[in-house]
Ligand binder design. Structure first.
Ligand code: IDP
Ligand code: MG
Length: 165
């Protein structure tokens, strides 16, 4: 089945200069990258992204982590697209807990648990089709993606926009 999945290289991955290594590992999947951008993550985006965890004791630290308070204030957001994209990328990423993740998975190789208990696992990958759709629509606008993966519509909007001077 053709699928799409959201991949984030988290702030620790960027701070540790792991972008090249992680992209090389992901290229083993032979999937297509159909969108990519650097995002400075603000609190509302972080809280919405991780809303399923808002009652967990580690939620506050998790939000600080993904916003880059412990590393750099940015993530690399991408969409991978192709046959069985979700399970392929998730398998390469490895288990959520980097100490339990397969040693050759991305999280097993590069992740750590901090002394305050945050799982710094360098990469986010969507867990299933439903989450992938929710996450992709949260992080990307339709015209930032080069394939029409979900239905969209054209609307006329008058709004302020930053332009070159
Ligand atoms: P996933 O990233 O493998 O899909 P989720 O349960 O969705 O796992 O959790 C989102 C993120 O929250 C994880 O990637 C990790 O950074 C952090 N996290 C999850 N569970 C724990 C925990 O028990 N302690 C600390 N951090 C956690
Ligand atoms: Mg998840």
């Amino acid at each position: 089945m053709i699928q799409q999945t959201l991949v984030l290289i988290k702030p620790d991955g960027l701070k540790k200069s792991l972008t090249g290594n992680i992209l090389t590992r992901l290229s083993e999947t032979r999937l297509d990258i159909i969108a990519a951008k650097i995002v400075s993550v603000h609190r509302e985006l972080a809280e919405e992204h991780y809303r399923h965890l808002k009652d967990k004791p580690f939620f506050r630290d998790l939000i600080k982590y993904i916003c880059g308070e412990f590393h750099k204030r940015k993530v690399l957001a991408m969409i991978y697209y192709g046959e069985e994209a979700i399970s392929k990328v998730r398998e390469l990423a490895g288990a959520t807990n980097p100490e339990e993740a397969d040693a050759v998975s991305i999280r097993g190789a590069y992740g750590r648990i901090t002394t305050s208990g945050v799982y710094e696992n360098v990469i986010h990958v969507s867990a299933n089709e439903e989450e992938a759709e929710r996450e992709i629509k949260l992080w990307f606008e339709p015209d930032e993606i080069i394939v029409d993966i979900y239905p969209s519509k054209i609307v006329k909007k008058e709004m302020e926009k930053k332009v070159w001077v």
